[in-house]
Ligand binder design. Structure first.
Ligand SMILES: Cc1cc2nc3c(=O)[nH]c(=O)nc-3n(C[C@H](O)[C@H](O)[C@H](O)COP(=O)(O)O)c2cc1C
Length: 211
């Protein structure tokens, strides 16, 4: 489907058919779209955790205010971002970049010094706001790729981040959860939202032009 048709087709699915599984090939493409997301300074400050274990999905239901979609969905993606910036993390990405591009190590030293100077002088909390923003870009692209494949998704912020971090042992990975994205197939007969019109403010209101 063309991008706009896919975006019109998709909606934040409220009830998944628990019997239908998303093919691995499609999950791979959805995750790849998130991996290809642009990020601030190219630091790729977020990771995607793919959960299919039914026990873990069930344990996440109460953490997500009882939203059963996380258990019924075929796959549950967790977007998690760096809990903080460190010099090692910044250098790690740029050392990898110079390797991949076959450039001399340190080619971007002046730039990484600027990044370290900006980020390492801020609190971890301030920096997590920035790393978490990058996860939203990945989320958007993953949703669009899923829609193109006619895979349903539900972007979700409605969960207890600290409890999920503990369950998934994210502090040990230097990560904090930002968003959930269940993947699956809509249950046409039982989803109250499936046949409702998509609501968006008119273009004239949405777009502000300076000509
Ligand atoms: C960042 C974000 C968080 C959201 N959190 C939830 C959530 O926790 N539970 C839920 O059912 N829908 C959630 N939604 C879905 C929105 O309510 C939905 O996208 C919005 O009403 C627009 O409708 P549409 O996506 O069906 O077009 C979230 C959406 C976004 C973008």
């Amino acid at each position: 489907m063309a991008v706009l048709d896919s975006l019109k087709w998709r909606y934040a699915t409220k009830k998944y058919d628990p019997t239908r599984k998303v093919a691995q090939e499609h999950v791979d493409k959805i995750v790849e779209a998130a991996r290809l997301a642009p990020t601030s300074s190219g630091l790729q400050q977020f990771r995607v955790i793919v959960i299919t274990d039914p026990e873990i999905k069930k344990q996440i239901v109460p953490i997500a205010s009882g939203q059963e979609i996380v258990a019924d969905a075929s796959h549950l993606l967790v977007f998690a971002a760096w809990d903080k910036y460190t010099a090692e993390r910044i250098d790690g990405v740029y050392d990898y970049t110079t390797d991949v591009r076959e450039l001399p190590k340190g080619r971007f030293a002046a730039y990484t010094d600027r990044l370290k100077n900006a980020y390492l002088n801020q609190s971890d909390e301030e920096n997590f706001v920035h790393t978490a923003r990058q996860a939203y870009i990945g989320l958007g692209l993953a949703i669009a790729q899923a829609a193109e494949l006619q895979v349903d998704t539900t972007p979700m912020e409605g969960f207890n981040n600290a409890q999920l971090d503990e369950l998934l042992d994210l502090p040990a990975k230097g990560l904090k959860s930002v968003l959930l994205l269940p993947l699956g197939y809509r249950d046409n007969d039982n989803d109250w939202l499936v046949s409702m019109k998509k609501v968006r403010i008119p273009k004239e209101e949405f777009v502000i032009e300076y000509k």
